[in-house]
Ligand binder design. Structure first.
Ligand code: SF4
Length: 557
């Protein structure tokens, strides 16, 4: 089946922020509690439990000194006061958009208004808002409820952030009919509205819709209701295991939308399962044995190391160095060692965002540690063969890289992982062979520019795919620091510059064959855009980078 994935699926800003706060608090304190489940997604909550994040269902369960995180829905001020009186340390992860509504409710109640909260009576956010009204609030869940409101008292109306605009407007119209002085606040969350609008548009392009997210998630339920109202077959599921092939008989295109608290890895799992439905045959590469081998090569960073070796081959060849194959070997080992270290050091994050990857590290750590040590050990004799200066320089860069990975990743405010990776790759691909170059300075400058920019394009593209995990885990990268929009702009500009450099160089050396280098460049740009799923996009991008070395080798023949 063809799957049309809604663009706004996955964690919203408020949920990412809450995850960030809870993970940081768990790391700092060893153990934390959330007052109610952090988000309305049982799978994510059970993963958090493994990270010493325990869900409290009542204030009575709190002991003095416990760190309690207030979830994104917020709680009533009475609850906070009660928690404090029991000696709990509060970390407030209430979404700023919910907080804004709490302030409106609090101030309006103080000013003497009766606050009408439109929303689900039992929902945590609504209960919290009601608490801020301090006895001057009333919940309205349907048009029928409006008839019980006073017709002459001053009213303020607010809505639960995840309501649909239509529903809120319907209630507001009914209130205004019986109370002309009601002051209405626009409190619906923009990111919820975007998701709802997207589902409205999506249903027109598909034969059926799957909405993935917790059954107790209000915003997921609304997406489901919108899809159901279109008349198209609609399925609300929490995980891929709930999908049944029979439900999709005759369906060619299925729309996939997700609630604001659905982790990206669950969405990807559902997408993969849906794509497999209706496939008459499976290709060789989909056989479990090939999938397993491919997964190992990918997760053990062999493909990344191959990409670096291809680029080093490209540089060494253009720079006209002797012993051309020593540099790809060094690049391979350097990137292999560094990337394994990054993953070994930070694999706790995969537990939240990519359990398959976490399981891989759990299963294969006995292989990865020796591989990491071996890669650096093998580099020593090769580097000494190239030169003592190269050996000293590389040792220094390795040391710098290790310090950055182990201590600096979350501390250096402006050195995102994409920039750090590009610098490391650029060094090993271009700087090392430049010392042995036998070409004019202009060509050396071309190699330097090309190597740094192509490495940067690669790491920025992956940062974009991993931006959700990076934000949640507090890792610095251009998308997590400046937002995806700016990051995409920087990526596009870098690609244009890269293309311009290649074309300029082709004209400069007047070698028509060099135009062939545009092939891996275009494959690279295509791969970056074509596949959203990190695992496959990484493979395609890495293979296209390896292609630069391969094409250069063919040109030189
Ligand atoms: S859906 Fe909106 S209001 Fe709710 S947590 Fe996410 S960003 Fe905040």
């Amino acid at each position: 089946m063809i799957v049309k994935l809604a663009r706004y699926g996955g964690f919203c800003f408020g949920v990412k922020r809450a995850f960030n706060i809870v993970l940081r608090a768990a790391k700092e304190n060893g153990r934390v509690f959330t007052f109610g489940p952090l988000i309305h997604n049982p799978q994510a909550v059970s993963l958090l439990e493994k990270k010493a994040v325990t869900v409290l269902s009542s204030v009575d369960e709190v002991s003095c000194g416990d760190v309690v995180v207030i979830r994104s829905h917020g709680v009533s001020p009475d609850v906070i006061e009660e928690l404090k009186s029991r000696g709990a340390l509060i970390e407030d992860a209430t979404c700023p958009r919910v907080k804004r509504v709490q302030r409106v409710v609090e101030k309006s109640a103080k000013d003497g208004y009766l606050v009408v909260i439109v929303g689900d009576k039992g929902h945590a956010e609504v209960k919290g808002l009601l608490g801020y009204a301090r006895g001057r609030g009333v919940v309205v869940s349907s048009v029928e409820d409006v008839s019980s409101l006073p017709t002459d008292a001053p009213l303020v109306v607010v809505g639960q952030t995840t309501l649909t605009q239509d529903f809120y407007q319907k209630i507001v119209d009914a209130i205004r009919e019986c109370n002309r002085n009601a002051r209405v606040y626009e409190t619906l969350c923009l990111s919820t509205q975007e998701r709802q609008n997207e589902v409205r548009a999506l249903v027109k392009e598909v034969d059926a819709v799957v909405v993935v997210g917790g059954y107790n998630s209000a915003n997921t339920r609304r997406l489901y209701e919108i899809a159901v109202s279109s008349g198209k077959p609609t399925f609300h599921i929490e995980t891929a295991d709930e999908l049944s092939e029979q439900d999709f008989e005759g369906v060619e295109v299925v729309g996939l939308a997700a609630g604001a608290s659905t982790p990206r890895w669950i969405i990807e799992g559902v997408k993969e399962r849906l794509e497999g439905i209706g496939q008459a045959h499976i290709s060789l590469l989909q056989l479990p044995v090939f999938k397993e081998i491919g997964f190992f090569l990918q997760e053990a960073n062999i493909f990344s190391a191959l990409a670096a070796s291809g680029l080093a081959l490209f540089s060494a060849s253009i720079l006209g160095v002797k012993d051309i194959f020593l540099f790809p070997l060094i690049a391979f080992l350097f990137v292999l060692g560094m990337h394994i270290l990054v993953d070994i050091h930070d694999w706790r994050g995969f537990e939240i965002m990519d359990p398959d990857k976490m399981e891989f590290y759990d299963r294969n750590s006995f292989l990865l540690y020796p591989l990491f040590i071996l890669s650096f050990a093998l580099m020593v004799p090769i580097l000494l063969q190239v030169g003592v200066l190269q050996f000293i320089l590389t040792s220094f860069v390795v040391l710098l890289g290790v310090v950055y990975i182990l201590w600096g990743q979350k501390r250096f405010p402006f050195v995102g992982k994409d920039i750090a990776l590009a610098l490391g790759w650029g060094f090993v691909i271009a700087v090392l062979p430049i010392f042995k170059a036998r070409v004019p300075v202009t060509i050396a400058v071309f190699v330097l520019l090309f190597s740094f920019i192509v490495s940067f394009v690669r790491s920025l593209a992956f940062s974009l795919v991993e931006s959700e995990a990076d934000s949640v885990l507090g890792r610095k990268s251009i998308p997590s620091l400046f937002g995806k929009k700016i990051a995409r702009g920087i990526l596009l500009v870098s690609e244009i510059v890269l293309l311009a450099i290649l074309i300029f160089y082709a004209l400069f050396i007047k070698n028509a064959l060099f135009v062939a280098q545009l092939i891996p460049a275009l494959v690279l740009f295509w791969a970056i855009r074509r596949v959203k799923k990190a695992r496959y996009s990484e493979l395609l991008v890495n293979l296209s980078l390896f292609g630069f070395g391969l094409v250069q080798l063919i040109i030189n023949l």
